[in-house]
Design a protein around this ligand. Structure first.
Ligand code: PXP
Length: 240
């Protein structure tokens, strides 16, 4: 069954705009679960621009589905993951100036470092997912790290300027998904998915979980989190 991980970072973005206590991403996670979220994802960035350490600690106590901690492969974050014990960790590249995660990890170039981080986190029984582009060499290198999962970057698909390029990017995701599964990896995907473009990605054979944030929080501002998540589950089934 394809599952939905709801990324609640941008609930925290609104809170941090005033550095106050509302809206609380922990409350948003409860409502997302009531709407049918299968998991909650939060990205603890080095600059703490949205999610705070307190959020991760509380989410660990309150999330009833599973908690996916998105983080950079740094010593600080590895220590936090080992302490908090999320249900899985997704490693992402992080640049201070970026508005959002821009590209996938370069596993080929950082193989030894990432292999070491994956080993330390997975030795604590926390499966690791590597956020990568659907590129043959990156998928092969991901399998070499022994990570349990990859998350395919759907940004190029989402940003495609026309239907032909979108189809080409979808084909690339499909091939990447097949290659990863052949290598024994489990496959998630995310970034830039919306109510409009999600369904073809949801149909990719073998896809396990979609991590979706911005579009759900955007809709939630207007219609409420529970309904926004319920409607995304419909969109993933082509029923919206
Ligand atoms: N997956 C990863 C690895 C991400 O970094 C993000 C953005 O934080 C998402 C999924 C969700 O992307 P979006 O907010 O565009 O749905």
């Amino acid at each position: 069954m394809l599952t939905l991980g709801v990324n609640i970072d941008h609930v925290a973005t609104i809170r941090q705009a005033r550095r106050t206590v509302e809206p609380d991403p922990v409350a948003a996670a409860v409502l997302a679960e009531l709407g049918g979220a299968n998991g909650i994802t939060a990205h603890l960035r080095e600059d703490r621009r949205h999610i705070q350490d307190r959020d991760i600690r509380l989410l660990r106590e309150t999330v009833r589905t599973h908690l996916n901690l998105e983080m950079a492969a740094t010593e600080e974050m590895v220590a936090i993951a080992l302490d908090i014990q999320p249900d899985y960790v997704t490693l992402v590249p992080e640049k201070r100036e970026e508005v959002t995660t821009e590209g996938g990890l370069d596993i080929v170039r950082s193989l030894e470092k990432l292999r070491n981080v994956v080993d330390r986190v997975q030795s604590a029984n926390i499966p690791v997912s590597l956020f990568i582009d659907a590129d043959e060499a990156q998928i092969k290198a991901s399998a070499d790290t022994q990570a349990k999962f990859i998350e395919l970057h759907t940004g190029k698909y989402a940003d495609a300027p026309n239907a032909d390029i979108r189809q080409k990017e979808l084909d690339t995701l499909k091939i990447g998904c097949e290659q990863a599964i052949d290598l024994g990896l489990r496959v998630n995907a995310g970034h830039g998915l919306t109510y409009i473009n999600v369904y073809p990605v949801a149909c990719l054979p073998g896809m396990e979980e979609l991590n979706i944030g911005h579009t759900i929080v955007s809709r939630a501002v207007l219609v409420g989190m529970e309904r926004a998540v319920r409607e995304m589950k419909l969109a993933m089934r082509g029923e919206l």
